[in-house]
Design a protein around this ligand. Structure first.
Ligand SMILES: [Zn+2]
Ligand SMILES: [Zn+2]
Length: 156
């Protein structure tokens, strides 16, 4: 189950923005924060359906948006791919390397990246509110690249 403080954070946000607070939304919250990959709305929807959780696709899409607006999820747009989400709960700030052939995602941390942007913001009298850093690359070892198997690309 999702921790109480996360649930409270979400309820607070829904109230503030005058969105309906429904059990369906809490089911989605619970499933989404327990996804341990970069997932898209359809993947979550299908997973929930397989677990016999009764939610509509439209509500899954909408609720994921709300969860990213209130800071529970990070939303990613990797080049040309569908919008992907990942939970922020218990995760450190990290960045992504993506193979452009097989779409495999590697995560890394690097505090220097944060420092550079803070400096850039300060120099321009700006306050840093959000950022993203993505590197598009190719698996060096062709045998390890899943490109051939991944014609209808699935990111993990
Ligand atoms: Zn990630
Ligand atoms: Zn690859």
């Amino acid at each position: 189950m999702v921790a109480d403080d996360i649930k409270k954070q979400f309820i607070g946000y829904l109230k503030k923005k005058a969105h309906r607070i429904t059990n369906e939304r809490f089911l989605i919250l619970d499933s989404a924060v327990n996804m341990n990959v970069h997932f898209d709305a359809d993947e979550l929807y299908l997973k929930m359906k397989n677990e016999y959780l009764n939610v509509s696709r439209a509500t899954v899409y909408k609720t994921l948006e709300l969860m990213s607006e209130c800071g529970i999820l990070t939303k990613h747009n990797f080049k040309g791919d569908r919008t992907r989400y990942e939970t922020r709960i218990g995760r450190k700030m990290h960045y992504h390397l993506i193979c452009t052939l097989c779409s495999k995602i590697f995560e890394f941390e690097n505090p220097a990246i944060q420092k550079i942007q803070d400096k850039l913001c300060r120099e321009n009298n700006l306050m840093n509110v959000d950022h993203t850093f993505q590197v598009f690359a190719r698996c060096e070892n062709e045998k390890e690249c899943k490109f051939k198997e991944a014609k209808n690309i699935s990111l993990r």
